[in-house]
Write a protein that binds this ligand. Structure first.
Ligand code: ADP
Ligand code: MG
Length: 583
């Protein structure tokens, strides 16, 4: 893919001197829009957050530079830093308020602040009101004044391509995997990922890209007024990202190109056709948007990618020094102890005074009819849905007040009854997500490719856990392409990649064939022999009875019995409540 960037840059930069002035100017505007749309691809396509307010951040960059260069004689490079600092402040503040909004409240929130900033530009006196600010100086680059569009072209496209390469690198890293998993927040948090942090990073990156675009815009136009920073332009940027395709970085450039060219063309042709002047292209865009959302939600990129011969962009797994491991509890030491845990959902008591304990090197099976409250108990223990009452200790520490992330960081890992994988990522990447907390390089390091040594170790660890779980042949398959039973095994490998002391497995054998179940039992035995504590919910009685050291039975949210498998099988109460119904 980076080879593609080089070819693209070479063609663009070599051909430019041959192009007429008009085309170069158009390409400058396409570059400026691409940068804003790139931010939206990251925010919307990767993070799942929709913003209509990006044009306002473009305005912040443009106005900061316009005002400070003209009124205070600052250098454009200085004003760029000030603009970015202001953007950081505003986006921190707005992100803090709006990113916690869910569903359509978030886009509504972005509309609100998009409008607010727009009106500030138009109504603040020192910003020139509606007539704006003119006489903005040119950017000076190493003594070279970038006076013409032709000169700024190189700066604009240099920045766009650098942002593309940086974003691509970032997404292809530990931090990027976490960003790409934001839509599955419950799973991510249970893997120790701070989802709020990643939403905030994406939001701030999108804002900075917009701000930098605005800064270059101001020095290209040498004049600013509020019009290009209004809400309808914010919608246009979002439109570019959607048209291009939000699932791919290059969608930003494709979308910005298509929309800018179409707009130009429609502005020429529509007034002539209708015999009136006006912004009729907005109406056409609206209609096209509706058709697109119906017919091609992923935009143009998937179509283009189908045309282009695509090299497999998988990296091979290389040998690397193993990641450091936690100190594990001694065999027999109590790892998990839940005492009188209750969980209420409104009037429903899903867990009532449940107690259980698991030691290192022990497999405890939790069984009970459907709806008995087993998964609820898992959620209480792992902090996914904390208990209403009761006490839970993990490695001696009380965890019933902690959130899922804090618990995961202490060495508990889990799978989900309803599989939660990132179906668009490879098996290896899904498993690598489990090792998230074992790496430290941040997104800036990964954008600059300074994280490769650590990334190699994480991928080697992920591959090791995949092979351990019998997924060696599937490392580079999309997780969504595997049968459901195998997807459950991917979840186990992902949990193991976090180097846990306690493993919670919710119905791991469901959907597996006989031989696969035997392999799973063998794996769990091996883990037990290595000193892992395992708590397991399972319906397959042959599987459970042949594997577990002890079995705890639940019914109607309550504890019915705990004992050795043979004792449980003989227990008349249990037979009546559960086994009787099955056998
Ligand atoms: P099991 O895993 O043993 O089959 P669950 O723990 O999934 O059972 O469910 C126990 C009970 O709690 C069920 O009656 C279920 O409908 C209810 N329940 C589980 N989760 C929720 C929730 N988030 N909100 C409301 N009720 C729930
Ligand atoms: Mg369940």
């Amino acid at each position: 893919m980076n080879r593609f960037v080089l070819v693209f840059a070479a063609v663009l930069f070599l051909v430019q001197p041959l192009l007429p002035e008009f085309t170069v100017t158009l390409l400058c505007y396409i570059g400026l829009a691409s940068l804003v749309a790139l931010g939206l691809v990251l925010l919307t396509g990767i993070g799942g957050l929709t913003s209509f307010g990006q044009a306002a951040f473009v305005g912040v960059g443009a106005y900061a530079s316009a005002y400070l260069t003209t009124a205070h004689g600052m250098s454009p490079w200085g004003t760029l830093l000030v603009g970015m600092a202001i953007t950081t402040g505003i986006s921190l503040f707005l992100g803090f308020i709006t990113l916690r909004l869910s569903g359509h409240y978030l886009p509504l929130g972005t509309i609100a602040w998009g409008l607010a900033l727009y009106f500030i530009f138009g109504n603040v006196e020192f910003l020139g009101g509606h007539s704006g600010i003119s006489g903005i100086p040119a950017i000076d680059l190493f003594g070279l004044e970038l006076k013409s569009g032709r000169a700024l072209f190189y700066l604009i496209w240099g920045v766009v391509l650098a942002a593309i390469v940086g974003s691509q690198n970032m997404l292809d890293s530990r931090e990027g995997r976490a960003m790409r998993s934001l839509r599955s927040a419950i799973m991510s948090e249970a893997m120790g990922i701070n989802t709020t942090r990643y939403k905030m990073i994406l939001f701030m990156m999108a804002a900075q890209f917009a701000c930098i675009s605005g800064w270059m815009y101001a020095h290209l136009q040498r004049f600013v007024n509020p019009t290009p920073f209004g809400l309808h332009i914010g919608i246009e940027y979002l439109f570019m990202a959607v048209v291009g395709g939000v699932a791919n970085i290059w969608g930003a450039v494709v979308g910005a190109t298509l929309v800018t060219l179409c707009k130009q063309w429609l502005q020429d042709i529509l007034p002539a056709l209708l015999g009136k002047t006006g912004n009729f292209e907005v109406v056409v865009f609206g209609l096209v948007m509706i058709v697109l959302l119906h017919r091609a939600r992923m935009g143009m990129m998937p179509l283009l990618l189908r045309l282009a011969p695509r090299g497999a962009d998988r990296h091979d797994v290389e040998a690397a020094e193993p990641l450091p491991q936690r100190t594990k509890p001694q065999r027999g030491e109590v790892v998990l102890e839940a005492k009188e845990v209750s969980k209420r959902f409104g009037g429903l008591i899903a867990n009532n005074q449940m107690s259980l304990a698991v030691g290192a090197g022990e497999i405890l099976a939790l069984i009970g009819p459907n709806g008995a409250g087993k998964s609820t108990m898992f959620n209480c223990i792992s902090g996914v849905n904390p208990p209403s009452e009761g006490e839970i200790r993990f490695l001696g520490l009380r965890i019933d007040g902690l959130d899922a992330r804090a618990i995961a960081q202490r060495g508990m890992s889990r799978t989900f009854q309803h599989v939660r994988l990132n179906v668009g990522m490879s098996v290896l990447e899904n498993v690598a997500l489990g090792a998230h907390q074992r790496g430290f390089k941040n997104f800036v390091a990964s954008a600059c490719r300074l994280d490769r040594a650590e990334e190699k170790r994480i991928r080697a660890e992920a591959a090791l856990q995949c092979r351990r779980c019998g997924l060696g042949e599937h490392l580079h398959d999309l997780a969504g392409s595997l049968p459901l039973g195998k997807q459950r095994i991917v979840e186990i490998a992902r949990a193991l990649a976090s180097d846990p002391s306690l493993l919670l497995l919710d119905e791991p054998a469901a959907g597996l064939r006989h031989l696969e179940k035997q392999a799973l039992a063998e794996l769990l035995r091996q883990l037990r022999a290595d000193g892992m504590a395992i708590l397991l919910v399972e319906h397959d009685m042959d599987f459970v009875m042949g594997l577990a050291d002890r079995v705890a039975v639940m019914e109607f949210g309550e504890h019915l019995a705990t004992g050795l498998p043979a004792e449980i099988q003989r227990n008349p109460q249990v037979r009546e409540a559960y086994l009787g119904g099955v056998e």
